[in-house]
Design a protein around this ligand. Structure first.
Ligand code: ATP
Length: 139
């Protein structure tokens, strides 16, 4: 079965949405393989967001993501990468469909970075890469 790396971002953590997000993952039928609360270092974020280095929203994104605790989660289940992205909704929380995590809880705050509650891996390759960053001990 497939694994995906989910992050409940600082906005989701601060707003008390961690349990809500974990509950939606579990109700969907995915298993929680690992869960950890931590405040990300800029170094870990540079690895995680390697594809965005140099983009206009990169520095604000790293400032935001290192501003407080996040919950890192490894989820497990058949096609859970695609499935979690569907649960999360599209990146822009204003456009995300109601019923999705971003659609139900996210909105535009007029900031340089979209504070959109969660991250989910977008491919098996990124999932493997991201799990190794956030859970180096996990097989
Ligand atoms: P995530 O990777 O967090 O699941 P995503 O895959 O939908 O989101 P990416 O394109 O990988 O989005 O961007 C990573 C994050 O950077 C987004 O979740 C958002 O917080 C921020 N971001 C992306 N694009 C923009 C943008 N155009 N303006 C502001 N912030 C952005």
């Amino acid at each position: 079965t497939e694994r995906s790396l989910v992050l409940i971002k600082p906005d989701g953590f601060a707003r008390g949405l961690t349990g809500e997000v974990l509950a939606r993952i579990e109700r969907k039928g995915y298993r929680l393989a690992a869960v950890q609360i931590l405040t990300p270092t800029r170094e870990a974020l540079a690895e995680h967001y390697a594809e965005h280095v140099g983009k206009p929203f990169y520095e604000p994104l790293v400032d935001f993501m290192s501003s407080g605790p996040v919950t890192a989660v490894v989820i497990e289940g058949e096609r859970c990468i695609e499935g979690f992205r569907s649960l999360a909704g599209t990146t822009d929380p204003t456009k995300a469909a109601p019923g999705s995590i971003r659609g139900d809880f996210g909105r535009d705050w007029g900031k340089a970075v979209q504070e959109n509650i969660v991250h989910g891996s977008d491919s098996p390759e990124s999932a493997a890469r991201e799990i190794a960053i956030w859970f180096p001990g996990l097989a």
